[in-house]
Write a protein that binds this ligand. Sequence first.
Ligand code: SAM
Length: 284
Amino acid sequence: MNRIYSFQHNSASLFVVATPIGNLKEFSPRAIETITKCDYVASEDTRTTGNLLHEFNIAKPMISCHEHNENEASEKIISLILNGKNVALTSDAGYPGISDPGAKVIKKAIENNIPVSIINGSCAFLPALIASNLETNHFYFHGFLKAKASERIKELEKLKNYPMTLIFYEAPHRIKDTLKDIYKIFGNRKATIAREISKLYEEYIRGDLKEFQDLDESSLKGEMVLVLEGNTKQEKISENDLISIIKTRLQDKNISKKELSKELADIYDLKKNDIYQLIIKIKD
Ligand code: SAM
């Protein structure tokens, strides 16, 4: 167990600061105050964050912390905090750690008993979900699908029976291929594309996957989130389908038999032990 007060302490902290995904007015007074008080800003792209801070007349020593150097950058950030310096962690837009670098720094800080405070702000998937007109009580956030078609199809096969609303991030140059693959694997479902959230050309396209096949690619520019209805017409999964899902999931060497049984039991409303026995049979 690890209990740490975020503010009732005398040590330095890691402040994880969400930055605007579009409209700069979404950079909160609290975020500005926090960064102003910090000694360093660690960011995914020092130029992007530097430009943002410049808009708010903030100048701070910057540390670069991106996908390719996060391990080394984490060491540096943790050492600074342990030496009494407050560090703000940002990514290019939205929350660090959400389809962006940051998770490793946060994990290391927690392992070192450093207080970690999240300074709330913009995130792309919440507004997309809320405005999607789809079920918002239970949802699954996937982030980006794999770029390679064969891997993307495998991922989608795993997700096709999830009953909860599904949320994906996607890039404009891949959206048409993704929509095609999803339609092929999931069949028709209600769907929403939330585009350019909080920017001048913000748009919500609400419809279904069949209709989306005819969308003109040139009208799908900018940043977008795809929100899909879950599999609400779930019939009992056949043993053959279950076996094929188990075989695919077992390729992930990090998952234990127990974890996989629980995961599939939750999704398909089956008994954990029945799935466990099936996994053992498949593995033998
Ligand atoms: N960390 C961010 C967050 O908290 O949402 C996500 C960063 S991820 C690298 C970028 C993806 O988020 C984009 O490809 C797009 O799918 C989504 N996104 C970011 N800004 C957006 C916006 N203004 N409108 C719609 N989607 C956006």
